[in-house]
Design a protein around this ligand. Structure first.
Ligand SMILES: NC(=O)c1ccc[n+]([C@@H]2O[C@H](COP(=O)([O-])OP(=O)(O)OC[C@H]3O[C@@H](n4cnc5c(N)ncnc54)[C@H](O)[C@@H]3O)[C@@H](O)[C@H]2O)c1
Length: 436
C-alpha cells in the first residue's frame, strides 16, 4: 500500500521512517526544502533517539521524499497530515498549516481519480474535522468530492521516545463518520502492530477531544505535584519523590508524570492547554481548573527564580550556570523550555549566564546569541560560577559529585530535579520539593 505523510516534524518523520523501514511504500512531503534535502541524505533535522538507524534503513527500502504533495495525492491510499498546529497570540490553535495542506490536497484531488483517506494526525480542536470536510467538499464540488475518506487519528508520542511510542502506542484512536474508512484504518494499524494495541473507534469530534483531554490531564498531574513540591519544600525533611512514588502506587493515581520540577514545557503541553482554554472559553465555559494548571505552571519557574534570588541575595553581576536547556532529556527541543524562560529572567536581573547541554546548544544560540556563554563541558560551565541550577534531568548531571563543584567560585547547587539528592553533598545544596 502506498502511504503519504505531509509534514516532516517529530510526528511525521518518525511515522514515515518507521513505515519506510518496514517496507511500506512511503512518501514524506514537507514544504521546507532544506529539511527534505537533509532527510534525503540521512541527516535528522532534530535529535531523536534511535530514529537515525530507522531512517537509514527506510531510505534504503521504501521511503521517498518530496516537497510537492501531487505524487502523494495521485498515488497514496492513505495520507497522514502531520503538520504543526502552533498557538496564535490570542491562544487559539493556528490551523493555517492544516488549511494550506487541505487546500493543496483538494487542488490535486480535482485532477486525479485516486480517492485516498486523509488522516489528520495533527492535534486539532474539536470540530476541525468538520471544517476540513466542508473545505474539501467546497473546493472539489459535491460530486467530485464523493469518495475521499476523512479520519481523525490523534498522536500520543513523546519526544525522546518517539520511535518506541510509534512502534508500541498505548492506544490508537480512529475518529470517523464512515464505517468503511474506519475499518480500513483499523486494518492498517492491525497489520502494522503485531501486538494487540487497544483501538478506540469513535466520531471525529470525540477523537479530537480525546487528545486535549489527554494532554490536559498530564499537565494537571505536573502542576499538582509541583504545588505539593512547593509545600513540601517548606517542611524540613519532607521529600516530594517519596510522596509522589507512594501516591503513584494507588492505581487510581498512577506514577507517570508525578515528577516535580521547574514546570512543563515543550512543543505540546503549553500550546495545547492554551488552545483548549481558549476553545472552551469561546464555547462559553470557563475552564477554572485548566486555567489554574496553566497559572501554576507559569508560577513554577518564577518560584525557582525567587529561590535563586533568596539564596544568592543579589543576582546582578553574578555568574550563574544553567545545566540543561532542552525541555526534557534525550531531546534538543527547546520550544517552550522552562530553562530558556529562567535564563531570560536571570538576564533581566543582570546575571552572567553560562549554559551547558549535551544537545541543545545550537538551538539555544539562535535565541540568546552572544548574550550568554556556551560551555563545551560541564566542568567548563561550572568554573567561576556562584550558583548552578540543574534544570533538565540529563543522565550526565546525575554523575556529578562534590569534587565537580569545587571548581566554582561559590558552590551553591539548586537541583530542580533532585538528581543528586542521595549523594549527601557537602556543598550548599537545595533540592526542589525537599524541605531543608
Ligand atoms: N512533537 C510531539 O511530541 C507531538 C506529539 C503528539 C502530537 N503532536 C502534534 O502533531 C502535530 C505535528 O507536530 P510536530 O511536533 O511533528 O511538528 P513540527 O513543528 O516538528 O513539524 C511540522 C512540520 O510540518 C511542516 N509543514 C508546515 N506547513 C506545511 C505545509 N503546508 N506543507 C507541508 N509541510 C508543512 C513543517 O515544515 C514541519 O517540518 C502538531 O499538531 C502537534 O501538536 C506532536
Amino acid at each position: 500500500m502506498n502511504v503519504g505523510i505531509i509534514g516532516a516534524g517529530f510526528v511525521g518523520l518518525t511515522l514515515a521512517t518507521i513505515l519506510g523501514s518496514r517496507g511500506y511504500n512511503t512518501t514524506l512531503m514537507d514544504s521546507n526544502l532544506d529539511k527534505i534535502n537533509k532527510i534525503k541524505n540521512g541527516i535528522l533535522p532534530f535529535y531523536e533517539p534511535k530514529l537515525k538507524t530507522f531512517l537509514q534503513k527506510a531510505l534504503k527500502h521504501s521511503l521517498n521524499l518530496t516537497t510537492d504533495s501531487k505524487y502523494i495525492v495521485n498515488n497514496c491510499k492513505i495520507i497522514f497530515v502531520t503538520v504543526g498546529t502552533p498557538t496564535l497570540i490570542d491562544g487559539k490553535s493556528n490551523l493555517s498549516h492544516i488549511k494550506k495542506v487541505v487546500g493543496s490536497i483538494a487542488l490535486n484531488l480535482k485532477k486525479t481519480k485516486n480517492r485516498p483517506i486523509i488522516v489528520i494526525k495533527s492535534t486539532v480542536v474539536p470540530g476541525t474535522s468538520e471544517i476540513i470536510k466542508q473545505t474539501l467538499e467546497k473546493k472539489l464540488g459535491k460530486k467530485s468530492g464523493v469518495g475521499f475518506g476523512l479520519i481523525t487519528n490523534p498522536e500520543f508520542l513523546s519526544e525522546g521516545s518517539a520511535v518506541n511510542d510509534t512502534l508500541n502506542p498505548h492506544v490508537i484512536v480512529i475518529g470517523g463518520i464512515e464505517k468503511k474508512f474506519i475499518n480500513i484504518m483499523k486494518k492498517f494499524y492491525q497489520g502494522f502492530h503485531k501486538k494487540n494495541i487497544p483501538i478506540i473507534t469513535t466520531n471525529p469530534q470525540t477523537a479530537e477531544m480525546i487528545k486535549y483531554a489527554n494532554n490536559s490531564f498530564l499537565a494537571t498531574k505536573i502542576s499538582f505535584i509541583n504545588q505539593l513540591a512547593n509545600i513540601s519544600q517548606q517542611l524540613p525533611g519532607v521529600n516530594i519523590d517519596d510522596v509522589a512514588k507512594t501516591i503513584g502506587l494507588d492505581p487510581r493515581i498512577g506514577i507517570p508524570f508525578l515528577k516535580a520540577g521547574p514546570g512543563y514545557g515543550g512543543s505540546c503541553l503549553p500550546k495545547d492547554i492554551n488552545a483548549f482554554i481558549t476553545f472552551s472559553t469561546q464555547l462559553g465555559y470557563h475552564p477554572a481548573l485548566l486555567k489554574m494548571v496553566k497559572k501554576t505552571n507559569e508560577e513554577q519557574i518564577m518560584s525557582i527564580f525567587s529561590q535563586i534570588k533568596k539564596i544568592l541575595g543579589k543576582i546582578r553581576e553574578k555568574q550563574i550556570t544553567i545545566l540543561g536547556l532542552s525541555f526534557k532529556e534525550d531531546s534538543d527541543d527547546i520550544r517552550e523550555s522552562v530553562s530558556i524562560k529562567l535564563i531570560q529572567l536571570l538576564l533581566n536581573a543582570k546575571a552572567h549566564i553560562v549554559v551547558h547541554d549535551p544537545l541543545a546548544i545550537k538551538n539555544t544560540k539562535e535565541i540568546f546569541k552572544n548574550k550568554i556563554l556556551y560551555a563545551k563541558s560541564i566542568h567548563e560551565s561550572l568554573e567561576k560560577s556562584e550558583c548552578v541550577v540543574i534544570m533538565t534531568p540529563w543522565r550526565q548531571y546525575k554523575q556529578l559529585s562534590d569534587k565537580d563543584f569545587q571548581i566554582m567560585k561559590k558552590p551553591i547547587v539548586i537541583d530542580t530535579r533532585r538528581l543528586l539528592i542521595n549523594k549527601n553533598l557537602s556543598v550548599d545544596y537545595y533540592a526542589t520539593g525537599v524541605g531543608k
